[in-house]
Design a protein around this ligand. Structure first.
Ligand SMILES: [Zn+2]
Length: 338
């Protein structure tokens, strides 16, 4: 249980000293615990809430009490993005406390229409998987897994709509709202310019490269959004921020965001080149590319790895080095001969 003051060697101690308390909430996902942040200010603010489960709720409640702020005292819940490990408990926290719920404009339909949106996202994911070489049985298995996981999410009413660039004013601080699409289309980071502190959620993680998950376009177009291309652009913008502490959605804080972002940019460049070499050998589907890179992939990881591959083929497509060859509804990527 977190105490009032973390020990001085705790990497979250500088944040806690500034009134931003990390609470790690259990999730049923491979990523492990999710970081929720209590900002001891006025209004008393919670950033994200954790997944919708009894265990997670109990832990959240106990941790808040240990910090001297009962859950009922929360006045504002801020959502970083619509993924269920962050969003699931928002509605319950809001109903128990009467807190306002704030989210960026583009997140509102995902948050308020959670079930229908998740269903439509799954349909989109299934079509993408079939189109890129994943077999029917894997696709339907993954659909059942996804449906089962959906119980860890829940819709919430957004009572305060945020816009990119505006600031949330608290008594002792101001948080600049910055849209950073890529990991999800709704990713939002919150910048405390004065303390040079950034609450970044899953936009930047220290221990794993944040996956740019392929997500359905909301403008009704059927095309595949270029999640990794958008993510890299978002990383470049975050790189320019003058911050010394980044508080992520999972794992430990980041103290040198520029070095980490540079590492990520190099990793994506290398991976794109590796994928290009595989494509230059012979045309391959995204699924075949994923297998060539990572071997036999667990069913639950199929969409994540496919998103990862397609992110990189998007880069190569944009550079004019590969093209899509469609045969019988399945896409293979082939090298452009120049
Ligand atoms: Zn996420």
């Amino acid at each position: 249980m977190p105490g009032l003051n973390p020990p001085p060697d705790d990497p979250f101690a500088p944040a806690a000293a500034a009134g931003v308390h990390r609470i790690a909430i259990p999730t049923p996902f491979a990523v492990g615990r999710v970081n929720v942040y209590l900002i001891a200010d006025e209004p008393l603010t919670l950033v994200d809430a954790g997944p919708n489960s009894g265990t997670s709720f109990d832990e959240l409640q106990r941790a808040l009490e240990a910090l001297g702020h009962p859950l009922e005292a929360i006045e504002l819940v801020v959502i970083t993005h619509h993924h269920i490990d962050h969003l699931g408990l928002v509605s319950l926290v809001a109903s128990r406390s009467g807190a306002e719920v704030a989210a960026i404009d583009v997140a509102v339909p995902h948050v308020e229409g959670f079930s229908e949106e998740a269903e439509a996202d799954d349909d989109f994911a299934s079509r993408v998987m079939l189109r890129h070489g994943i077999s029917d049985d894997v696709v339907s298995a993954l659909q059942s897994v996804s449906r089962a996981f959906r119980a860890w999410g829940a819709r919430a009413d957004v009572t305060r709509v945020l816009h990119d660039g505006e600031a949330i004013e608290l008594r002792d601080r101001s948080l600049r709202v910055l849209h950073r699409p890529g990991h999800s289309p709704t990713d939002t980071v919150f910048l405390d310019e004065q303390r040079r502190m950034l609450i970044a959620a899953d936009h930047l993680l220290a221990h794993i490269s944040s996956n740019p998950l392929l997500t359905r376009q909301r403008d009704g177009s059927s095309g595949r959004p270029k999640a990794l291309v958008a993510y890299i652009e978002s990383l470049r913008r975050t790189r320019e921020l003058d911050v010394e502490l980044v508080l992520p959605g999972h794992g430990d804080p980041i103290t040198d965001h520029r070095a980490l972002i540079d590492e990520r940019l190099v990793l994506h460049r290398r991976r794109a080149e590796k994928i290009y070499r595989l494509i230059a050998e012979r045309p391959r589907s995204a699924y075949e590319l994923a297998q060539a890179l990572w071997g036999n992939i667990a069913v639950t990881q199929a969409y994540l790895t496919l998103s990862e591959v397609l992110g990189h083929t998007d880069i190569l497509l944009d550079e004019g080095r590969v093209r899509e060859l469609e045969d019988d509804g399945v896409v293979r990527f082939g090298a452009v001969v120049r």
